[in-house]
Design a protein around this ligand. Structure first.
Ligand SMILES: [Zn+2]
Length: 407
């Protein structure tokens, strides 16, 4: 296997480099901000025809439900998003891999960051070059390479590319969970760290919105009849923030507030959006109870009502024994390819959290090496396109050779 890999697949992958670089530049210039539904659809169509050409499999394009979020009036608002792509090969195979990626970026249609630019010989800047258009390319090329291997006949695979990952995968979550149940291994193509390290354990994340209604009144004439929603929310926010002092591995970030109006009116509406990160399901339950208690306390006050929406959309992803076995597999492939890599825990989360929560062990940072993601300084290292494509192709070789050892 190894000889065949080095002489045939490895050099085939090397010959794809120029084409991969020009494709990545083209993809980076298509705006696919999560809420730019038309832009994501255009991106999805380009990726779909590229994938069909590389892999010779028909792509299924499925619309995703709009995202509901609390707006500044305290009402639930629907926003449409782009579609999801799915491809499938050899559904009858007993060894099955699920490949996941996202086509959306954090850069809205109005962002000033719209096009790729060359930073130096080996560094390309641009929206999504690392997170994760580069990763999608690595995924598709690695599968295309592996399909030339004699071992390919032993492997069934599904690809799921969603368009709401950057906003929490709310609409694609049921599809991710369903796909996870059919596979024994998940491979996700988020960028690895600039030094080549991959994500080990990941924390879980929940997004919440709390809406407090009080009672409006004239601030001078009838102040005593009013119920100040901003004051009630402020107390509640202090209580929420207190969660940061209660458990070491739990953090709560008060992210955004809105409400109120002219200063001569007692405000009847105040809203706060916040995010919680946890490392275990036990801490998640603890945090959920804390939030419920705070909301309850507002509702017990005369003249106030509070509602909470949202919740934990990504459970924690601990480095359990199945995960550790996969780390070992990736490290040994890296050694064989002479690529330096390792694993490091991170507070960030991704669809890998969802897959593990659905019972699917997975490696989630198999995309290109890159950094400063989610900012207009986002970049990727061009030589990692070939390196990471080889890494994934080799992982597929190794697991088809000895599935019992790794899965
Ligand atoms: Zn990403």
């Amino acid at each position: 296997m190894s000889d065949n890999f080095q002489t045939h697949l490895g050099s085939w992958i090397e010959r794809q480099e120029a084409e991969m670089i020009s494709t990545l530049k083209e993809w980076s210039n298509i705006n696919s901000g999560s809420y730019n539904a038309d832009g994501v659809r255009a991106m999805a169509e380009v990726i779909a025809s590229y994938a069909e050409e590389c892999l010779g499999v028909d792509v299924t394009i499925t619309d995703l439900a709009p995202i509901k979020s609390v707006n500044d009036d305290g009402d639930l608002q629907e926003r449409s998003i782009g579609p999801m792509l799915r491809l499938s090969k050899r559904p009858e195979a007993s060894t099955r891999v699920l490949f996941c990626g996202h086509m959306d970026t954090v850069f809205p249609k109005e962002s000033h960051f719209q096009e790729w630019h060359q930073i130096d010989d080996n560094t390309l800047g641009g929206p999504g070059v690392a997170d994760m258009k580069g990763g999608i390319l690595v995924m598709l090329k690695a599968i295309q390479a592996f399909e030339q291997s004699p071992n390919a006949e032993l492997l069934g695979w599904d690809i799921l590319l969603n368009s709401d990952e950057e906003i929490g995968s709310i609409s694609s979550a049921p599809f991710l969970a369903e796909a996870a149940k059919k596979a024994q291994l998940g491979l996700v193509f988020e960028p690895s760290m600039p030094d080549g390290f991959l994500a080990g354990a990941r924390r879980g994340s929940g997004n919440y919105s709390i809406v407090v209604h009080g009672k409006a009144a004239h601030a001078g004439r009838e102040f005593h009849l009013g119920r100040n929603s901003i004051a009630a929310l402020s107390e509640a926010m202090n209580e929420l923030h207190e969660l940061n002092n209660l458990r070491e591995e739990v953090t709560l970030n008060l992210g955004r507030i809105s409400g109120g109006g002219p200063t001569n009116v007692v405000p009847n509406l105040a809203i706060c959006h916040f995010n919680i990160r946890v490392s275990s399901l036990e801490d998640q339950a603890y945090a959920e109870q804390h939030v419920a208690k705070v909301v309850d306390a507002i509702n017990k006050q005369d003249g106030f009502s509070a509602t909470i929406s949202g919740g934990f959309n990504r459970p924690p992803k601990p480095a359990d024994s199945a995960q550790k076995k996969l780390f070992e597999l990736v490290e040994s492939c890296g050694e064989q390819l002479d690529i330096e890599l390792g694993f490091r825990a991170t507070g960030g989360c991704c669809d890998g959290n969802n897959l593990l929560a659905a019972g699917l062990p997975n490696i989630d940072t198999l995309g290109v090496q890159g950094g400063d993601i989610h900012s207009d300084k986002e970049y990727m290292l061009l030589d990692s396109l070939v390196k990471r494509t080889k890494l994934t192709a080799m992982i597929l070789e190794r697991i088809t050779q000895d599935p019992a050892r790794w899965l």
